[in-house]
Write a protein that binds this ligand. Sequence first.
Ligand code: AMP
Ligand code: GLY
Length: 426
Amino acid sequence: MKVLVVGGGGREHALVWKLVQDSSRPTVFCAPGNAGTAEMAENLPLAAEDLEGIQSWAVRERPDLVVVGPEVPLCAGLADRLTAAGLRVFGPNRAAAELEGSKIFSKAVMEAAGVPTARSAVYTDPAAALAGIRAMGLPVVIKADGLAAGKGVAICQSEDEVERAVRECLVEGVFGDAGKRLLAEEYLEGEEASVLAFVDGRQAVLMASAQDHKRIFDGDRGPNTGGMGAYSPAPVMTPDRLETIRREVFDRTLAELRRRGIDYRGVLYAGIMMTDRGPRVLEFNCRFGDPETQVILPRLEGDLIPILNACIDGCLNPDLVRWSPDPCVCVVMAAGGYPGAIRKGDVITGGDAANALPGVVVFHAGTRSEGGRVVTAGGRVLGVTARAADLPQAVRRVYEAVERIRFEGLQFRRDIAGRALKRLRS
Ligand code: AMP
Ligand code: GLY
């Protein structure tokens, strides 16, 4: 059994880590991977966006399964290419990945399907946008339509911020083609959580819920990042609410996609705001979350490969998807300067000492090996993860592990899972 994982971040290290434990004992490859995946799989010198290169490798080596991590290759049609070449791919085809690739398409699907989401309007002309958005009132959320590596969303509290966001998108072209159209959206208040599901074309089987921490600093201050930490489960997602979300978000979306002739197989990720009027979808992603995967997969009981295969074959049995009750917490250790210009090439020490703690796994994200040492190579460097019998223990353990790791300029949040701890205490 040969499996290829496409991508090289913390999410992909978590996928590789879970896949190598599969009872089928697969040989795992990762393109391009990082220093962490290199310890348990064979890294390939192929970028995740190198569709040609990945396709030629896969056609030559015939892996039994390809798992695509990031959105960029999915939205560019990697699954379509590999499927056409007779390979088995876990990840949606290009048309289905448009749920993440175009926020305007995604909103149109939600509206047609009756999925609860923020009210919105689409603009391509700057003057019309300013006039229309002014009429919506403040605060307002302005989103570039296409993929913008998490930077395309502006929460505007003032007219100045609206003007700047509209100008960046529609006039200056800061987001390139991704910002040729924008979506202006009603601002929603509440607690945010991530609900991911395995989807087999017809049904969605929900994963354990998770909560991400997007801002760089403690107390949710400072600029947005790719995610500074996560924990699972998210207590705000009660079983009742999850059931509502399964019906009103996932089932309705999949039915609407089918009506449009779109076959969704892979992970569907809904970013949800729990408002006092119920759940509202903020966004769809067409893939596993990062760092959510780092706290979700360690809680998955049993093998992952049969679940992925069942999604590909359109026959996912919900009984295959079982979760440990133990919570899991991940603290991201980021490079100095992140989310702006970052330092690279700093030596990382203490990873083994951290991994030696019970229940701890240090997932690598932006790392590479250099002369037998592991050095920093990206903004989010490590995702230190701990699973324990209860949340306070998992939080204590994860920070104990973090304290054992050193590299120049490191930064991390000290309040990961703080909201859930507070909920437990009250
Ligand atoms: P998105 O990529 O659409 O999820 O947006 C990134 C982040 O912006 C989300 O995780 C939310 O924290 C915030 N956000 C997006 N849309 C809204 C909204 N309508 N109201 C409030 N916050 C939002
Ligand atoms: N953690 C947010 C994302 O994966 O998009």
